[in-house]
Design a binder for this molecule. Structure first.
Ligand SMILES: C[S@@+](CC[C@H](N)C(=O)[O-])C[C@H]1O[C@@H](n2cnc3c(N)ncnc32)[C@H](O)[C@@H]1O
Length: 289
């Protein structure tokens, strides 16, 4: 790929999705975008870039941004966050929210749904403890395509074999040929919505729990700091933030503090008052928030 095309794509991806590619990721762009170029009837990346620079290219740019997202996920990924959810977060919130009996959870990059559905399964498994409670789960993602799959709640044999205990599969999914669909009651527990974390999300209201896992890892330091600041502002003062195994707030922000001995779990810190603004990224029709 010629260097000016690479620079153009790097900047575009950083501005539109936060993806921070180092100088040597040409192969990644080629492997993800060549199929897209071919599908659009174009011979290669230079022609794709040319078309992206033309008028009326918003939809094509959105497709390029989506094609560059990494959507890897699986049920109960890394296990520990879901142990924290069941053993630490929910017991504490049941005590603290006994008056209003409502809890709001946000899966901020929910991909194809395995993460929000794992949370829904945890909640279902709590049974009578949640009788009379209203628990909302909001699943958002930049990619419209993964959100559609998440909404449908239909998974292949391979996908349900990744992380989902067999007794949960039998209990909460219905088999249809080679596919498995999650039961309607669990599907109804989750609201879906497209949302780009670079954009303003203050209109979502406040949350008791935010799962924001395995997405910040793709962003540069300033973008992470900005997003942490804005997450803190929509989190209840006694809420919980859950990050991915390779992510942390340490050394980046005081907006959240790690919970001792609970890997990946954070609570609002002292700097909630700071008011970071959303990054002024160009808005995409498909990835609006
Ligand atoms: C690797 S998946 C993580 C899924 C899930 N949280 C997990 O840990 O298994 C990352 C997800 O982040 C989404 N994503 C990437 N950039 C984003 C952005 N700027 N705003 C919102 N979602 C984004 C991608 O579309 C993808 O579905």
């Amino acid at each position: 790929m010629n260097p000016p095309d690479y620079e153009y794509l790097r900047k575009l991806l950083k501005d539109h999705s936060g993806l921070d590619l180092s100088a040597d990721k040409q192969y990644l762009i080629e492997s993800r975008l060549l199929p897209l170029a071919r599908k659009a009837g174009l011979p290669g990346i230079p022609e794709l870039v040319q078309k992206m620079k033309g008028v009326g290219s918003t939809a094509l740019i959105a497709q390029v941004v989506e094609a560059m997202t990494t959507n890897e996920t699986f049920f109960f990924r890394d296990k520990v966050p879901f142990d924290h959810f069941r053993d630490t977060i929910m017991p504490e919130l049941l005590r603290a929210r006994g008056g209003r009996k409502s809890i709001r959870i946000w899966c901020a990059a929910g991909s194809t749904g395995q993460e929000p559905y794992s949370l829904a399964i945890c909640l279902k498994e709590m049974g009578a403890a949640l009788a009379g409670w209203r628990v909302e789960i909001l699943a958002t993602d930049l990619s419209q395509e993964v959100l559609e799959k998440s909404k449908a709640g239909i998974y292949s044999q391979f996908e349900v074999q990744r992380g989902l205990p067999i007794q949960m599969l039998v209990k909460y999914f219905k088999q249809n040929g080679e596919l498995w669909q999650i039961n309607p009651e669990l599907r109804a527990m989750i609201q879906h919505r497209p949302l780009n974390l670079l954009h303003d999300f203050s209109q979502l209201g406040s949350f008791d729990v935010i799962f924001c896992r395995n997405v910040l890892i793709y962003f540069d330091q300033d973008t992470k700091i900005n997003i942490f600041g804005r997450l803190a502002r929509i989190m209840e003062p006694d809420g919980f933030l859950v990050l991915g195994a390779a992510e942390t707030v340490v050394g980046l922000t005081e907006a959240f503090k790690p919970v001792a001995d609970k890997r990946g779990l954070y609570r609002p810190g002292d700097a909630r008052a700071q008011q970071p603004r959303p990054i002024a990224a160009p808005r995409l029709a498909m990835a609006g928030g």
